[in-house]
Design a protein around this ligand. Structure first.
Ligand code: ACO
Length: 339
């Protein structure tokens, strides 16, 4: 057999990948715990003590996931100082795409005018943003692309069962974005880890509305096209999986938890974050938290928190930052970044 012809990429050294800008956007409308008391049998006291959530944002009529995503993207481009024509690839992590197809990334492309970009969506539920960061990193490391826009965006208000108090109090809408590029100088994504367990698909899912159970009047009446969650099981797996992901990314980066300037965890429940902090032996002040204001925004959660940490100076150049996510699939992931 003749050996394959070497590609021009074969001789190039792997490149380090940096997050050179971040952005986020949340809709204007605030839905407070007091507002939810009027919708379902719940209380501000129950929601606050069980989850830490005080309010969440809800997209306006006609405001779609791609609108939230495009606003976050424009803020990230501004923060990075790049123009739309520099973007080679757009990745949108979402469980609430505008449509099954085209991808939400294609809608974002048009909205921001990134004409030369290739576009696709990433489906990994709440873990999608870190999965997309890892995909972007591989494309840049391998010299395939130079500049990649990664977005986590959700309009979860469109898939929430507003009659189910077990879930409707937890979720909100929003988007966060990051621009990734090669930068020399030692900083960037140092290590990443991704895990999945499809055997636990049934503890957190939207069972209807797709090809297995297309929309019919009957399954719409049963609200099968909304989020179904076994909260207790999800809670348990969230803690163990996020801790495992954190430990693996830290070990791979050759770092200890005490080396971290801050940790940006998935924003599902304050008690989950407290359990992780306690098991990592770290003070809560080290964790970036915004779930009190936005609830769980799935793939957007860590992306929004990363942008807020960036803009409020929580991360200084050279700091080590750990991102950890968990979601339906089950899926989970982590990433150590030197800012
Ligand atoms: N208001 C008042 N009472 C409520 C509410 C509510 N909103 N929701 C549930 N209850 C009741 C329940 O019916 C139950 O009553 P019962 O004992 O009479 O049956 C009681 O409160 C206790 O319910 P639990 O399920 O035991 O409550 P728990 O302390 O486990 O908290 C919660 C529930 C907040 C959902 C928690 O389990 C959790 O956060 N789970 C993890 C969610 C998560 O991490 N998701 C991440 C991924 S999301 C994604 O991928 C899209």
């Amino acid at each position: 057999m003749t050996p394959p012809t070497p590609s021009p990429r074969d001789n190039q050294p792997k490149r380090t990948v940096s997050i050179i800008g971040t952005g986020s956007y949340v809709p204007e409308k605030v839905l407070s715990n007091a507002d939810l008391e009027k919708l379902v049998e719940t209380s501000d006291e129950w929601i606050t003590t069980r989850t830490g959530i005080k309010e969440r944002r809800i997209a306006a009529e006609g405001e779609n996931t791609s609108d939230l995503a495009a606003k976050a993207a424009l803020a990230a481009m501004d923060n990075a100082g790049i123009t739309a024509d520099e973007i080679d690839l757009i990745l949108v992590a979402t469980v609430t795409p505008d449509m099954f197809f085209p991808s939400t990334a294609c809608f974002v492309q048009t909205k921001i005018g990134a004409k030369k970009a290739a576009c696709f969506d990433v489906s990994a539920a709440c873990s999608g943003f870190l999965y997309a960061i890892e995909i972007a990193q591989q494309f840049i490391t391998s010299h395939t692309y130079d500049t990649i826009l990664v977005i986590g965006a959700e309009k979860l208000s469109s898939i929430v069962d507003w009659t189910d108090r077990n879930t409707c109090v937890l979720f909100g809408d929003g988007a966060g974005a990051a621009i990734l590029q090669h930068r020399s100088g030692g900083h960037g994504v140092i290590s990443t880890f991704m895990g999945s367990n499809g055997e636990l698909a049934d503890i957190l899912q939207i069972p209807g509305g797709a090809s297995r159970s297309p929309v019919t009047k009957d399954n719409a009446d049963q609200r099968l096209n909304t989020i179904k969650m076994n909260g207790k099981e999800t809670y348990k797996h969230a803690i163990t999986s996020m801790l495992d992901a954190a430990n693996r990314a830290l070990a791979d980066a050759n770092l200890k938890s005490t080396d971290l300037a801050c940790i940006i965890p998935h924003q599902a429940n304050l008690r989950i974050i407290e359990a992780i902090a306690s098991r990592m032996d770290l003070p809560m002040e080290r964790f970036v938290i915004n779930l009190d204001r936005y609830g769980n925004t799935s793939a957007a959660a860590v992306a929004i928190a990363l942008d807020e940490a960036n803009r409020t100076g929580r991360m200084q150049v050279g700091d080590y930052v750990l991102l950890i996510v968990f979601g339906g699939g089950l899926t989970w992931a982590s990433s150590v970044i030197q800012w």
